[in-house]
Design a binder for this molecule. Structure first.
Ligand code: ATP
Ligand code: MG
Length: 321
């Protein structure tokens, strides 16, 4: 069986074509036990196709993958027993209530009646679903139904959990509830989570590492802060008391070889692109020794959105560019 050094998900050259179209090219991916991994990418980049292959819902056209220690094509039954999944647009029996679905799922997964009831109560609370626990899910709103989907996937804590856009359509409180549940699963129970999302802020806060898919290829895979440092331009903006001081600062900085950033419609301000950590301190000292003291300063860090725009959408699409 698995140990801490065996990845929970390991895909090698995994790919899928639909007729002439390559949805996923040749994906190499490793996700470690207890890790929360976020798969990002524009619409149609292959996120759901990847999740469907890894959860044995869709046969790959090439390559292999092991999930929770089992091969997805040779032993799909074992993969299914050890994983939980919420796909994009899952359909629940519309006549059953959340409570009935949760209890049924608990019994299907061999919990005792007592444990199933306890887990059901816990999940109804986590997803703030107690008020509609006994309403047939066919009569719930989209977001409420989504919360029930998620609760059902979590009844038996799986080894590996796949969530395809789990927070789409959730209100802010339910979204936070899901984040807390994902963090607890990973930190307290060692569950490995692979999720897809269109919310970069969410990926940044929640994921240990993120991968960016672009037209079926993984163009980056690293911790959010590493990707941000690679696209990496922090911008230091200094505001001076008058345009004259700002002009002198610009001249001095240009002479030092600093790369200036245009601050639009702000003659009192100077923007500097900071390539290295610590560069802001040196720059401020150089200005101060020339008698130029900024009235205020701000530093804008690159965001995961900057990384995404660069890697997933820009024409060159590479960190080397
Ligand atoms: N069953 C299918 N038959 C034909 N083409 C498909 C099928 N499923 C997906 N595709 C195509 O494969 C590509 C990848 O689709 P996929 O659903 O994996 O994208 P995605 O990244 O999940 O997008 P989204 O952000 O919109 O959910 C798309 O071009 C899509 O049209
Ligand atoms: Mg999708």
């Amino acid at each position: 069986m698995d140990n801490a050094t065996t990845p929970s998900i390991r895909a090698v050259g995994l790919g899928r074509d639909f007729a002439e179209h390559t949805a996923v090219d040749r994906l190499d991916l490793e996700v470690n036990p207890g890790e929360v991994y976020g798969l990002l990418g524009p619409n149609g980049s292959g996120k759901s196709t990847t999740v469907r292959m890894l959860t044995t819902m869709l046969r790959p056209s090439r390559g292999t993958a092991r999930v929770a220690g089992a091969d997805i094509t040779r032993d799909p039954g074992a993969v299914r027993r050890r994983t939980g999944v919420v796909l994009q647009g899952t359909a629940l029996d519309p006549l059953m209530s959340a409570r009935e679905l949760l209890l049924l799922q608990g019994r299907l997964q061999s919990l005792t009646a007592r444990r199933a009831r306890a887990r059901c109560a816990e999940l109804l609370t986590t997803f703030d679903a107690r008020d509609f626990a006994d309403t047939p899910v066919g009569r719930l709103s989209g977001g409420q139904r989504r919360r029930v989907d998620l609760a059902v996937a979590l009844v038996q804590r799986p080894d590996v959990l796949f969530l395809d856009e789990p927070t789409t359509g959730l209100d802010p409180a339910s979204r936070r509830g899901l984040w807390d549940e994902i963090r607890a699963l990973s930190a307290d129970h060692g569950v490995t989570v692979l999720l897809t999302t269109q919310y970069l802020e969410e990926a940044d806060q929640l994921c240990d590492r993120v991968g960016i898919l672009r037209a079926g290829r993984l163009v980056a895979s690293a911790a959010p802060h590493v990707l941000k440092e690679q696209v990496g331009e922090r911008v230091l903006t200094l505001r001076f008391g008058d345009a004259l001081a700002a002009g002198r600062a610009r001249e001095l900085l240009a002479a030092r070889g600093e790369r200036l950033h245009t601050v639009e419609a702000a003659p009192h301000s100077v923007g500097i692109r900071l390539a290295r950590p610590g560069a802001d301190g040196e720059t401020l000292l150089a200005l101060a020794s020339a008698g130029l003291h900024a009235a205020s300063l701000t530093v804008d860090e690159p965001s995961l959105e900057d990384v995404f725009l660069r890697l997933a959408l820009s024409p060159e699409g590479s960190l080397a560019a």
